[in-house]
Design a binder for this molecule. Structure first.
Ligand code: F6P
Length: 378
């Protein structure tokens, strides 16, 4: 046992949860304690930090949690500089800084997605805190890493759902539209769509043409296929909507909603999506193609349950690497996976960048080569 260092680290989980958070907490805590650091858990994300709600972490507390979904620390979408208190939004950065010093922390470890990376960086820049982050999200849209933890588990759940939809769609000769999460990024839908063999995969990065999708379904029916499965990402837009967005952006003062808000709300006063995208699509395709359609929205099922073996390994590797670098007092970094290595990335290189699917990504080519319609060409 190498107890080389002293000091205390705080750890919190923020944003939407996902399978693997407990595995990372365990990895960070065990490795940090191995090197002689004390670990304090902060409850319910940044809200627990401003409210000084903490729990000491020891070996016993993190034992047996590797396979558990969710986060035993709790999570929230609160941000210190925009905290809702009694219906008002207030800047509580000062309170967060106070708690950090009260706990005598040397570094605050933040597990989260793009919003969390930003909040951590803000605490460093405005509050002078040392921070270290780890990339969590089922959306897989954090820059500076090849993959985020939680993504593989969510993709496995969505793939299994698409598998199951195949059998019932075949029995009833139906089109089933399956809505997958992912915010503005198509990774989850594209990955699960390819793995599950969906016939149509629609992602936000490729605006779709309804007519092209309808023609693809009709062609399948004429070829004697009894079913079609359409995997849609929650953030999809049609080509018409994409044009409206572009026009709005080019108008004086044009701007889009903040990039880490929930998709489908308001763009320069234009309300783009008022109903779940899958329902809208099913209704429109039913009218256009005259085929019976049904909708399945996977929702938070994708964020629940136990992490896959891949995620357990990734989480343990990222977490222990964090513990190792914390012992060396390397701060203001995110640990990402690059190739087969867990590596530190300067946090300022990650913040404010959303990693969406490039249209020339190999997965796109793969999908097209197995005749999956991506909504832009048949
Ligand atoms: O960022 C993860 C995510 O699951 C997105 O895919 C989705 O848009 C959003 O969170 C849902 O958020 P909430 O759990 O707050 O409804």
């Amino acid at each position: 046992m190498a107890k080389q260092t002293t000091g205390t680290i705080g750890i919190l989980t923020a944003g939407g949860d996902c399978p693997g958070l407990n595995a990372v907490i365990r990895g960070v805590a065990k490795a940090a304690m191995h090197y002689g650091l004390k670990v304090v858990g902060i409850q319910d994300g940044f809200r627990g930090l401003v409210e000084n709600r903490t729990t000491p972490i020891d070996n016993k507390l993190v034992s047996g949690i590797l396979t558990q979904g969710g986060t035993f620390l709790g999570s929230s979408r609160d941000r210190p500089h925009k905290m809702k208190v009694n219906g008002r939004t207030v800047d509580l950065t000062g309170e967060a800084v106070k708690t950090y010093h009260k706990l005598k922390l040397d570094c605050l470890v933040c597990l989260g997605g793009n919003g969390t990376q930003k909040s951590a960086w803000r605490l460093h820049e405005r509050g002078g805190l040392n921070v270290l982050t780890l990339p969590k999200t089922i959306d897989n849209d954090v820059a500076g890493t090849d993959i985020t933890f939680g993504f593989d588990s969510a993709m496995a759940i969505a793939t299994e759902a698409i598998d199951r939809l195949h059998t019932t769609a075949t029995s009833h000769q139906r089109v089933i539209v399956c809505e997958v999460m992912g915010h503005d990024a198509g990774w989850l839908c594209l990955g699960a769509g390819i793995a599950g063999g969906a016939d149509v995969v629609l992602i936000p990065e490729i605006p779709y043409d309804l007519e092209i999708v309808a023609q693809h379904l009709l062609r399948r029916r004429r070829a004697g296929k009894r079913f079609s499965i359409i995997a849609v990402a929650e953030g999809i837009i049609s080509q018409q909507e994409a044009r409206a967005r572009a026009d709005a952006l080019h108008r004086p003062g044009g701007q889009t909603e903040a990039s880490d808000s929930v998709p489908g709300a308001v763009y320069h006063g234009i309300h783009l999506v008022q109903e779940p995208v899958a329902s809208r699509l099913a209704r429109q395709l039913q009218q256009l193609a005259g085929l019976e359609a049904r909708v399945t929205s996977l929702g938070h099922v994708q964020r629940g349950g136990t992490p896959t073996a891949f995620d357990r390994l990734l989480c343990t590797r990222l977490g222990t690497k964090a513990g190792e670098l914390l012992a060396k007092k390397q701060y203001n970094i995110m640990i990402g996976l690059k190739g087969n290595d867990c590596v530190p990335v300067p946090l300022q290189k990650v913040v404010g960048i959303k990693r969406v699917v490039p249209v020339d990504h190999p997965w796109i080519k793969t999908a097209r080569l197995v005749e999956t319609c991506l909504g832009d060409e048949d």
